[in-house]
Design a protein around this ligand. Structure first.
Ligand SMILES: NC(=O)c1ccc[n+]([C@@H]2O[C@H](COP(=O)([O-])OP(=O)(O)OC[C@H]3O[C@@H](n4cnc5c(N)ncnc54)[C@H](OP(=O)(O)O)[C@@H]3O)[C@@H](O)[C@H]2O)c1
Length: 261
């Protein structure tokens, strides 16, 4: 469902983020698109940090809701570029919400896993998350108000197969979320994580193409289906809302019941 068709704009959460500015990494496609749409529907303006421009239809749909979505192109591998984009942004805008959504995957058996791929995955999935928490979290701490949501994974809890760097990075995202909570909860900044289950996005192209694996995974999900960007977006918007003010340091699985099985 696209934002233009979504009932969320008129739903019970509409306006609860009225006028807040949210930064969403990778917010133009995949799960990030669902997160951007949900934040806009709840009343936020969104700045997307990603390598590609924000799709025009997403920007136009937000404008129809009276909200803005702006893209700033940056490769999260590049710590210096990320610092300068974030610094420029903070000169122009007060950022109230940070959603560290962007992530990458590399699949190879652990014994042959290339170290370069290890470094790439850790740089995007973990270092950039911490760097943005530092850069955008510091002014939130000064104001005594803000929300950070990190996108974790089932592999924050489980080890996976042939994805050692991804599992290590996402395990660390869960621990980083708790570490920041312990320092920041008393200073008005909520830091939480959402752990999506199996979602049909570009990241899972290889799994979706393997029909035996696809069937086995789907049969194990109690809800009987893979998740959607909308399933994640609503939970992220909730975690950034006043209703979640006393939620700190949680890693919330949104997985159709996978971890309960
Ligand atoms: N799909 C799942 O089943 C699943 C499950 C659990 C957790 N997750 C997590 O959810 C998040 C989103 O995943 P997804 O499934 O939506 O993946 P996706 O469809 O592959 O999208 C990845 C997003 O990350 C951005 N990105 C990747 N590398 C980047 C880089 N070097 N610099 C800047 N942006 C970068 C991409 O934007 P550009 O290409 O424009 O740069 C894109 O928006 C990730 O953290 C992923 O680990 C996904």
């Amino acid at each position: 469902m696209s934002m233009s068709e979504s009932p969320k704009a008129d739903g019970p959460v509409a306006g609860h983020l009225g006028g807040r500015c949210a930064v969403v990494t990778g917010g133009g496609r995949g799960l990030g698109r669902g997160i951007t749409e949900a934040l806009v529907a709840a009343g936020a303006d969104v700045v997307v940090l990603a390598r590609q421009p924000v799709p025009a239809d997403l920007v136009e749909a937000a404008a129809r809701h009276g909200r803005s979505i702006e893209g700033r192109q940056v490769d999260l591998h590049d710590a210096a570029a990320l610092e300068s984009v974030a610094t420029e942004l903070l000169v122009e805008r007060e950022v109230d919400i940070l959603v560290n959504n962007a992530g990458m995957q590399h699949r190879a058996p652990a014994a042959e896993f290339p170290l370069q791929a290890w470094d790439d995955v850790l740089a995007v999935n973990l270092r950039a998350v911490f760097q943005l928490c530092q850069l955008l979290g510091a002014p939130m701490l000064q104001r005594g108000r803000g929300s950070v949501v990190n996108i974790a994974s089932l592999l924050t809890f489980q080890g996976g197969i042939t994805v050692p760097a991804y599992a290590a990075s996402k395990g660390a995202v869960g621990q980083l979320t708790k570490a920041l909570c312990n320092e920041w909860a008393g200073r008005g900044v909520n830091v939480n994580a959402v752990a999506p289950g199996y979602m049909a996005t570009d990241m899972n192209e290889a799994l979706l193409a393997d029909l035996d694996r696809l069937r086995a995974i789907t049969e194990r999900i109690p809800a009987g289906r893979w998740g959607t960007p909308e399933d994640i977006g609503g939970v992220v918007a909730f975690l950034c809302s006043p209703a979640a003010q006393y939620i700190h340091g949680q890693v919330i699985a949104v997985d159709g019941g996978w971890l309960a099985r």
